[in-house]
Design a protein around this ligand. Structure first.
Ligand code: ADP
Ligand code: NI
Length: 214
C-alpha cells in the first residue's frame, strides 16, 4: 500500500462528489472518515482498512453510480492503481457491499473493520446532521416534509425500502430511529443514544408546532 494512499483517497472523493447535493456530498464522506477513524481506534480495529472503506463507501453507490454498484468498479480501480494487494481490496469491497441500510435485509458486517465503517456511516444519518440530511434528501427528491395521512411502512425488505416513496418525517420511523439498536460497536452505541434523544426531542417539537400547541 502506498504511504500517502489516505490523502490520495481524500483527493479522489473530493473530485467525485464535487457536484453532489443529494446527501452524499464530500463532507458526508469526510465526516464518516473521521468518525470511522475514531471508532476503529477505540475498538482496536485495523485503522487503515476502516479509513479506506469509509472514504470509498459511496463511490459505487447504487443511487449515484448504478453501473459500477455490483462490481465496485470505482473503489477497485482506485485501490489497484494505488497498489493495494488483492486480499485487502477484497476485504474493503466486502465492507462497502455490507454497509448500507436496506430495511430488514440490512446485514451485520463480517469483520470488525466492517462494523466500524457501518457504524460511522449510520451515525452520520442521525442527530442534528442526520435531520438536515433527511430534509435535504426529501427536497432533492420532491417529497413533502410531512403528511399525517401517510403512515410509515415498518419491516420493509430491501426491494420495498429502495423503491417506496414516503414523507421525510416517515423516514425517521422507517430508518433513523432504528439505527441505535443496530449499532455494532459500544463506542457507536453511546454516541447514537445521544443523537437519538436529540432527534426525538426535535420530532416532538415538530409535532407540537404542527398541531398549533405552541
Ligand atoms: P447512507 O449514506 O447512510 O448510506 P442513504 O444513501 O440511504 O445513506 O441516504 C443518504 C441520506 O439521505 C441519509 O442521511 C439518509 O437518512 C437520507 N435519506 C435516505 N432516504 C431518505 C428518505 N426516503 N427520506 C429522507 N431522507 C432520506
Ligand atoms: Ni454514506
Amino acid at each position: 500500500m502506498q504511504k500517502d494512499i489516505i490523502n490520495q483517497a481524500l483527493e479522489y472523493v473530493k473530485k467525485m462528489f464535487e457536484n453532489e447535493y443529494s446527501g452524499h456530498d464530500y463532507f458526508h464522506t469526510l465526516r464518516v472518515f473521521k468518525m470511522a477513524t475514531h471508532i476503529a481506534e477505540k475498538e482496536n480495529a485495523d485503522v487503515e482498512i476502516v479509513q479506506l472503506a469509509a472514504l470509498l463507501h459511496d463511490v459505487d453507490d447504487f443511487k449515484l453510480s448504478p453501473e459500477t454498484y455490483a462490481q465496485k468498479t470505482n473503489a477497485r480501480s482506485f485501490l489497484q492503481v494505488n497498489q493495494v494487494d488483492k486480499e485487502t481490496i477484497e476485504k474493503i469491497c466486502q465492507i462497502i457491499g455490507e454497509i448500507s441500510f436496506v430495511g430488514k435485509d440490512s446485514v451485520i458486517p463480517q469483520t470488525l473493520e466492517g462494523k466500524c465503517a457501518q457504524d460511522a456511516d449510520r451515525l452520520d444519518a442521525i442527530g442534528a446532521i442526520g435531520i438536515a440530511r433527511a430534509f435535504a434528501y426529501g427536497g432533492n427528491h420532491n417529497r413533502v416534509m410531512y403528511d399525517p395521512d401517510v403512515k410509515p411502512h415498518m419491516n420493509m425488505g430491501k426491494e420495498e425500502y429502495m423503491n417506496h416513496k414516503s414523507t421525510t418525517i416517515n423516514h425517521f420511523y422507517e430508518k433513523l430511529f432504528l439505527l441505535t439498536e443496530l449499532m455494532n460497536t459500544q463506542t457507536a452505541k453511546e454516541i447514537a443514544g445521544e443523537r437519538e434523544r436529540y432527534m426525538k426531542a426535535y420530532i416532538a417539537e415538530f409535532m407540537d408546532e404542527w398541531d398549533g400547541v405552541r
